[in-house]
Design a protein around this ligand. Structure first.
Ligand code: ATP
Ligand code: MG
Length: 863
């Protein structure tokens, strides 16, 4: 038998050998689909004498393409000059367009081969120009929102005119107009955005028979991995490239379709059978990756979905260790548990055959922070997929820049970074003018702003925008000074008046003792310049207080906590608008939470009430780190801009910002100053822990697609996190989350461990919120799971209960407890009790009985 067919089951052999005509290979996770593709490529070259460069294989990521290239090379065992083309859809399109885009020109007009590729920043600039031209305020219609719609339209192959015809409201009509201008502008600039790369290639291959035929002659064998995640333009591209020979092999698994938000369409699988009538459909049923326990567990979860064909998968790897479950008291402990588990695993694997590898998977990138910190404490090298480490992410850097400016507004780099982020109408020209002013006079950019405002050196619009920005930074600076609240109120009361009705809109009973007043002050300040529409921007809604006033400090914390939130509000000396505020608070005619943002996005548990906000500062103390962060997030409009963008990326950015607030809370507990916090952040972004050879990989569940690891951790198995709260109400969204869970579980070869934190800090709240176990945990049959020694402090149930009453136990919400001292959740239990054994050379502190908080301990070890 041909060596390429050896060790392959009959269905796989069929998939490898059926090289003529269309093949649809549909099979579950770990059944060897990708292996069939690589072997098929080798088979074509070695057995059929096909020229390597007439093979085109498309993968979902560049990494996968690279990996496949390596695999093929290894199988072929020789290094021929010609190589098959292994690419992603986008990289392939760039290749085609760089060569042939001019075939789309009409009468010498159109894009040239020197076209630019516009990234998101460029795209935004174009949209802004369009908005300006249409006299649409970019506050009412955010460029990011418009871009999201444009991208959606493009990926559904809807052009501006069709968009206009289908638009249901004036807003949509406006977007259609912007879309039209956007399109023309890009053409003028000889530029393509990412979506265009695909669309223009499709258009090219459709419109020019000559070009299409050339590519059909060139690429005679087409292979596509992860076919379930192709979107419509990709599907069209595939059919065009398949040409008359239709030697196309697509492999996929509908249970692993996890990119519908990018326009991936399950219909592509069904359409394939229609468009390629003589398709040979092959199903693989043996899973070679996972143990029976893991496979059964994953299959049971995905079986809950209704939108699926259903399939059988079996594995010869009978038994296997049970799926581990660990219920941590909190996120820190969860991360420590994972790190400790990994340490043991790596040590045990030492000296054994094969490279030990493991992965820590999570739903959103922001969850990496705690795991990263725990691994650092154990001195375990890790590799993080998904680009950057937490502190390198753009939004995190932006927020850190705001914090730097609060300390030092003359930091021009930080200033340049955020002066117009989020977009606030301070354009390139303004910044350039300011920088020129600064350069010629030797001032900092910050001082140049002051001069420009004082002497009215810029157009009024720019001056207004700069004034707002300056006030934002100044207010943040004021927060760092003692008695800042009073200073702030005195400051603003001097030069601002409260427009009618604004205070009522901004009424917020979630604030205890006088906090709302600051929000209103800020509103007054902002509305002065920008009009009432921005009033929502500035209403604080995070439920943090600016510290009790003198009067309020007489209320003991425990009384304050139980008292009506209106208490202390009538402190007229503190709040010039107190009468308005207290009136609305007593009336309670408004809903308790007023911010539009909160109404849209917060789950009730995210909204704090006076009860869960201890008065943790002495009167007159500077703002705490979390307070500062929340202030900046809110007042800068950063989070709101992301919320309006409403793309999955934007939501994950929001999560990152919230996570930064959590980091700040931790730092606050360690007693760090803002300076120390910023230094810590700067040091942690050093790439020192980055290693390609690291045996530990951290990544999101999405990024794990197609990969496999002997040991896999799935962390944060909590309702609202996974499934994500945004998808929980929508059945199709929920099914996609479940598929994502299936993808995650089926990455594991030998061992799968799922963890959950009983309390998780959300958005820097002082008190972590209690979580509800992910429904996916409950969907795994209990006989397949074992408890890995979750510490106490949970409802008592014996091992037998665990089997029979598992669901019941989970269904019961845990009593609301306070980590600062409740009966069933005491400080000592927050630590993962790692084994007391010799770990020479390790920095990790092993004490769980020193009485130090884990936060203190992590400080010891990070420093
Ligand atoms: P996914 O759906 O997760 O992308 P897949 O179907 O692409 O999975 P592969 O990654 O190709 O599956 O294969 C899973 C594992 O099983 C790999 O380690 C692969 O080498 C192994 N494998 C596949 N087929 C066989 C076989 N016939 N004999 C031995 N091992 C196999
Ligand atoms: Mg695969």
């Amino acid at each position: 038998m041909n060596r390429l067919l050896q060790n392959m089951n009959p269905q796989q052999q069929e998939g490898i050998q059926a090289v003529d005509g269309p093949v649809l290979l549909l099979a579950g996770a770990g059944s060897g689909k990708t292996r069939v593709i690589t072997h098929r490529i080798a088979y074509l070259i070695e057995e059929r004498g096909v020229l390597p460069d007439s093979i085109l294989a498309v993968t979902f990521t560049n990494k996968a393409a690279k990996e496949m290239a390596e695999r093929v090379e290894k199988i072929l065992n020789h290094n021929s000059l010609a190589k098959p083309t292994l690419a992603t859809f986008h990289s392939f399109c760039v290749r085609v367009l760089r060569r042939d885009i001019e075939a789309l020109q009409i009468n010498g007009k159109g894009l040239t081969r020197a076209f630019a590729i516009y990234d998101e920043t460029d795209q935004q600039a174009v949209v802004k120009t369009a908005l300006k031209r249409l006299s649409i305020d970019d506050k009412t219609l955010k460029p990011r929102v418009v871009l999201g719609r444009i991208s959606w339209a493009k990926n559904h192959m809807i052009d501006p005119q069709q968009y206009f015809l289908a638009s249901a409201n004036p807003m949509e009509e406006k977007i259609a107009h912007v879309f039209e201008i956007y399109k023309k502008e890009l053409l003028k600039a000889n530029a393509l955005d990412f979506d265009d790369l695909l669309l223009e290639t499709v258009r090219l291959l459709k419109s020019s028979a000559e070009v299409r035929e050339r590519y059909n002659r060139r690429y005679r064998y087409l292979l596509i991995d992860e076919y379930q995640d192709t979107n419509h333009p990709q599907y069209e591209l595939m059919t065009l490239l398949a040409g008359p020979e239709k030697n196309v092999c697509v492999v996929g698994d509908e249970d692993q379709s996890i990119y519908s938000w990018r326009g991936a369409d399950i219909k592509n699988i069904l359409e394939f059978e229609k468009d390629f009538p003589n398709v040979r459909t092959i199903r693989l049923e043996q899973n070679y990756r996972s143990t029976q326990v893991i496979l059964e567990g994953a299959s049971a979860v995905v079986a809950q979905n209704t939108q699926r064909k259903g399939k059988t998968l079996w594995t010869a790897r009978e038994g296997g260790s049970l799926i581990g479950y660990y219920e941590a008291p909190d996120g820190e402990n969860e991360a420590l548990f994972v790190a400790d588990h990994i340490r043991k695993y790596l040590r045990e694997a030492d000296g054994q055959e094969g490279l030990p590898r493991c992965a820590v998977l999570y739903r959103t990138n922001s969850q990496s922070r705690l795991v990263e910190e725990a691994l650092r404490r154990y001195n375990i090298q890790y590799h993080m997929v998904g680009g950057f480490s937490f502190y390198d992410r753009a939004e995190v850097k932006d927020l850190l820049s705001y914090m730097k400016l609060a300390l030092n507004p003359h930091d021009s780099i930080a200033l340049g970074r955020v002066i117009n982020s989020p977009v606030r109408g301070i354009g390139k020209t303004t910044l350039e003018t300011l920088e020129r002013m600064a350069l010629s006079s030797g001032m900092s950019t910050w001082d140049a702003i002051g001069a420009a405002i004082k002497d009215k050196l810029l157009p009024p619009r720019a001056l207004t925008a700069l004034g707002n920005f300056r006030r934002l930074i100044e207010d943040a600076r004021a927060m760092l000074e003692p008695d800042f609240a009073e200073k702030l109120s005195a400051d603003v009361a001097g030069d601002a008046s409260l427009p009618e009705g604004v205070a009522e809109q901004s009424e917020d009973v979630s604030f205890g003792f006088g906090a709302a007043s600051d929000g209103e002050l800020a509103i007054a300040a902002a509305t002065e310049d920008t009009g009432a529409d921005t009033s929502f921007d500035t209403s604080f809604n995070f439920g943090f207080d600016f510290g009790p006033t003198e009067e309020m400090s007489t209320i003991a914390p425990e009384n304050a906590a139980n008292s009506d939130s209106s208490q202390g509000i009538d402190s007229a000396s503190f709040n010039p608008f107190a009468s308005v505020a207290s009136k609305t608070k007593h009336d309670k005619k408004f809903p308790s939470i007023v911010s539009r943002r909160d109404e849209e996005t917060s789950t009730p548990s995210e909204v704090s009430t006076s009860e869960d906000r201890p008065a943790f500062r002495n009167p007159g103390d500077p703002a705490t780190l979390p307070e500062l962060i929340k202030f900046l997030n809110d007042r800068s409009g950063y989070i709101r801009a992301l919320e309006e963008e409403a793309t999955p990326e934007a939501f994950s950015r929001i999560e990152n910002l919230k996570e930064l607030a959590n980091a700040a809370s931790d730092a606050q507990e360690r007693g760090e100053t803002l300076h120390e916090f910023l230094d810590h952040a700067a040091l942690i972004s050093d790439a020192d822990s980055y290693s390609e050879e690291a045996r530990v990989t951290l990544m999101t569940l999405h990024a794990a697609k197609g990969l496999e690891f002997p040991l896999v951790f799935m962390t944060g198995m909590e309702e609202g996190l996974f499934p994500s709260s945004r998808t929980m109400v929508d059945p199709t969204g929920l099914e996609e989350e479940r598929r994502l869970c299936y993808v995650g579980m089926t990455r594991a070869m030998d061992t799968l461990v799922m963890t959950r934190a009983r309390y998780r800090r959300r958005y820097g709240n002082d008190m972590p919120e209690s979580s509800v176990p992910s429904r996916f945990l409950e969907e795994v049959p209990s006989r397949l799971m074992e408890d890995l020694g979750s510490p106490a402090a949970r409802p008592q149930f014996s091992t037998s209960d665990y089997d029979s009453g598992y669901r019941g136990a989970y269904a019961t919400p845990y009593p609301k407890a306070n980590r600062f001292g409740s009966k069933n959740f005491d400080e000592g239990e927050r630590h993962y009790n790692y084994e007391d054994e010799d770990q020479s050379g390790e920095r990790a502190s092993r004490s769980s009985s020193t009485g130090k908080t884990s936060a203190n301990r992590s400080m010891d070890n990070i420093a």
